[in-house]
Design a protein around this ligand. Structure first.
Ligand SMILES: NC(=O)c1ccc[n+]([C@@H]2O[C@H](COP(=O)([O-])OP(=O)(O)OC[C@H]3O[C@@H](n4cnc5c(N)ncnc54)[C@H](OP(=O)(O)O)[C@@H]3O)[C@@H](O)[C@H]2O)c1
Length: 323
């Protein structure tokens, strides 16, 4: 039986990778603290803190057919490679399109300029892009045949960011809805499609650095799919980028945001080439299925719970009155 080691596996994407590994008949081990959650039934959790010396000791005494790392901490990525690169047949690293430097042109491929790599071991959220570049460099230097997947926006069941899920939750209610410019480009990838491909591509020895993103669409397409999943017919009130910025609405994610909206000079990261990942076998399900999965997750979590991303109903009503 082939074996897979997931460095992670207790959160969203890593958990899905572990589940797809099990469904592919692999023996799956996950190394994590266990602070973020549990691993899928059938996988083995090796509890370890990657910031501690000797963290990889319990998994470095055997060989692995594939190791998948989801971390964005360069120190963790480097220490895992030092302990395990010689023990692995294939290495898969989940990076991000956030690795691309500001000013990315729409349609760019993997040769576009990156941020300078973060020099240190530990990264904060503000260092996310440079940290991913540092991690990629560490992976490719220790494991030149690795597969590095620069993931774009992920969505679907299990999303803990509250970002894409804002829309199916919000659109579960009828009535007027504040939306950002609907023509903004967007690429939405179901995390389940990414996880399944990471496992199959890793096992088949795929190598290289590729953008793992969903098909080209617009924010309007995504919002429409969420309304269709919810079965509602909201009244769109579309605000311009300038209006949203002047009225203190935050882009992309987090409190007081309109999730998925990005100012025009940031659109490049939502319109990158997917050709290389498609050539390595990445396939994507219809957007309607992802919207339905995200809605299912939102219903499980509670549609009207306090959220980490989006506008509260009262704040949205205030903004609608001003628009
Ligand atoms: N969401 C998106 O739209 C998006 C877009 C692009 C790329 N990505 C990438 O996709 C990946 C998301 O993966 P995910 O959802 O599984 O990850 P995650 O939510 O970032 O969780 C990180 C994993 O690392 C483990 N971990 C954290 N600190 C640790 C420590 N000190 N020692 C051992 N383990 C530790 C966590 O487990 P414990 O806490 O249990 O230890 C958890 O399993 C990331 O690489 C992210 O950068 C996401």
């Amino acid at each position: 039986m082939s074996s897979m080691l997931v460095l992670g596996g207790t959160s969203w994407l890593g958990g899905l990778v572990a589940r797809h590994g099990l469904e592919s008949g692999l023996s799956v081990t996950c190394l994590a603290r266990g602070a973020s959650g549990s691993v899928p039934v059938g996988a083995t959790l090796v509890p370890a803190d990657r910031s501690a010396p000797g963290a990889y000791g319990p998994v470095s005494d055997r060989s692995w057919d594939v190791v998948v790392d989801v971390s964005w901490q360069p120190g963790f990525v480097r220490s895992a490679l030092a302990a395990l690169a010689g023990r692995a047949r294939a290495w898969v690293y989940v990076s991000s399109v956030s690795a691309y430097a500001d000013g990315l042109a729409p349609g760019s491929d993997e040769s576009a300029p990156l941020f300078p790599a973060l020099a240190g071991d530990a990264a904060g959220p503000e260092d996310y892009g440079p940290a991913k570049v540092g991690c990629e460099e560490a992976v490719l230097s220790a494991f030149p045949s690795a597969l590095v997947a620069r993931a774009g926006l992920l969505a679907g069941h299990g999303d803990r960011s509250d970002r894409f899920g804002y829309w199916p939750a919000r659109l579960s209610h009828e009535g007027p809805v504040l939306v950002p410019p609907r023509e903004q480009p967007l690429q939405v990838l179901d995390a389940d499609d990414l996880a399944s491909w990471l496992v199959s591509a890793g096992l088949s020895g795929s190598s290289g650095t590729v953008n793992a993103v969903g098909p080209a669409m617009t924010v309007g397409d995504a919002i429409d799919a969420c309304a269709a999943a919810s079965g509602t017919h909201p009244l769109w009130h579309e605000a311009s980028e300038e209006w949203l910025l002047v009225h203190g609405v935050n882009p992309w994610m987090g409190p007081d945001s309109l999730p998925l909206w990005l100012p025009a000079d940031d659109h490049g990261g939502m319109a990158v080439s997917d050709a290389a990942a498609r050539a390595l076998g990445l396939t994507t399900r219809p957007l309607a299925d992802t919207a339905a999965a995200a809605l299912g997750w939102e219903r499980e979590q509670g549609l009207d719970r306090p959220r980490r991303a989006g506008l509260g109903r009262a704040r949205e009503a205030e903004l609608l009155a001003q628009l």
